[in-house]
Write a protein that binds this ligand. Structure first.
Ligand code: ZN
Ligand code: ZN
Length: 408
């Protein structure tokens, strides 16, 4: 296992971030995962980076803050935090985020505190977020197990065994094995995803229609000159990187006001440190007009109203039901993994997935119907029986998904 973990750290630095000589590297990481952060730092220095800057996170401290900090704390972001994000991103930093939260870390916290904190962060870190969404700098989100998270995934195991089991699943999902070169594996994987995106781009669909037995009946309009992307992407300096590891999706942006119908979630969703389950969204002209959830009603209502754009879609992503993470049969309670086991949508901010989008101003993106928000939250909608039909500009109907998998 140790050998695989070291190869994984190397993969994140080389294929995830593609760290360049002289580049600054930020590693944002739970303090529980310090040994892994050190491993990544060593790999980054070996790649010739200028300096590794570590931003420690801690679920317990975050929870304590939301429960007990002075109320004024949630309306402002300290200058040093915004300066750090905004200055480093302007300089083309490479940013690694290790996402490994306890899915229920913030259960019972006052949602108003989370919303205000999100809003303050969205405002103060806007330059950073805009540069991230347009791939100005290379960034990568990946995960490693923590005890709290692993116990949620494998409740029947001891904490130690659960961590070992989750490691195994994560390393499988990111294609890191003892006997193969993961960097080469990712080159092949990226090429396959690219092929899928190319096929979708050639069709240039105007609408996608989703249907399944959960009750989903949704039409999504796609913007003029939208582009599907998948796998590696290019940062402003021209270097390729993988923003998510694992990734199994190809995705594009929906047209902001062109979504109508109802969509049912196919997996629980961890949002704002708590879990929503068995929910559906009803859309009218792009906007979520009704939410029904068996669990997490308030959670979803809060998350989709943090600003105006939060109640519109910002991502359409296709993942076959027969994909490695999905076939593992495990519910990860971590969106990075669960979204790559299932077709998903996101409410909130959209990636500028239109031709030339990375260089467009906000006003230009608005014209194409690219949504803007301080939030971006993926939720899973793919099922074994999901069908998606693409409708071309001249009205032809082409099967895109049949029985949960790509039709081509
Ligand atoms: Zn996605
Ligand atoms: Zn997303």
């Amino acid at each position: 296992m140790e050998n695989r973990i070291e190869k994984y750290a190397d993969l994140l630095i080389r294929s995830g971030l593609n760290v360049q000589k002289g580049q600054n590297v930020v590693i944002s990481c739970p303090v529980d995962c310090a040994p892994f952060a050190r491993l990544c730092a060593k790999k980054a220095y070996a790649a010739g980076c200028r300096e590794v800057i570590v931003r420690w996170t801690d679920d317990e401290l975050t929870r304590e803050k939301y429960l007990h900090a002075d109320d004024s704390v949630f309306d402002e972001v300290p200058r040093w935090v915004s300066d750090m994000h905004n200055d480093l991103s302007a300089g083309g930093v490479a940013w690694l985020s290790i996402a490994a939260s306890d899915p229920e870390a913030l259960s019972g916290v006052d949602p108003d505190r989370i919303t205000r904190d999100d809003a303050a962060g969205g405002k103060a870190l806007k330059p950073f977020r805009d540069r991230q969404m347009s791939n100005f700098f290379p960034w990568c989100v990946a995960s490693i197990p923590t005890k709290a998270w692993a116990k949620k995934v494998f409740p029947e195991l001891s904490a130690e065994d659960a961590v070992a089991a989750l490691w195994e699943k994560i390393l499988d999902a990111v294609r890191v094995y003892d006997d193969t070169d993961p960097v080469e594996e990712w080159k092949k994987h990226n090429a396959n995803l690219r092929k899928r995106a190319d096929t979708l781009n050639a069709y240039n669909f105007k609408y996608l229609k989703y249907k399944n037995s959960l009750g989903t009946d949704l039409t999504i309009e796609l913007p003029e000159s939208h582009i599907w992307v998948g796998g590696e992407e290019k940062c402003a300096a021209g270097h390729m990187f993988n923003a998510n590891m694992p990734t199994e999706e190809v995705f594009t942006s929906p047209k902001r006001d062109g979504v109508n119908g109802i969509v049912y979630a196919s997996k629980p969703l961890v949002v704002n440190g708590d879990i929503a389950e068995n929910f559906c969204f009803k859309f009218k002209d792009g906007k979520i007009v009704n939410i029904h959830a068996e669990k997490g009603q308030e959670l979803l209502e809060t998350a989709t109203t943090v600003d105006e754009g939060a109640s519109f879609l910002g991502e359409v992503a296709l993942v076959p039901y027969d994909s490695p993470i999905s076939n593992s049969g495990i519910l990860f309670y971590n969106t990075l993994f669960d979204e790559n086991a299932s077709c998903h949508l996101a409410f909130g901010d959209a990636y500028p997935c239109v031709k030339g989008g990375n260089d467009m101003t906000r006003e230009e993106l608005d014209k194409f119907g690219i949504n803007a928000s301080i939030t971006h939250e993926d939720f899973m909608v793919g099922t074994k029986d999901l069908s998606i039909t693409g409708i071309t500009h001249d009205g032809k109907e082409i099967p895109v998904f049949t029985d949960g998998n790509f039709a081509f």
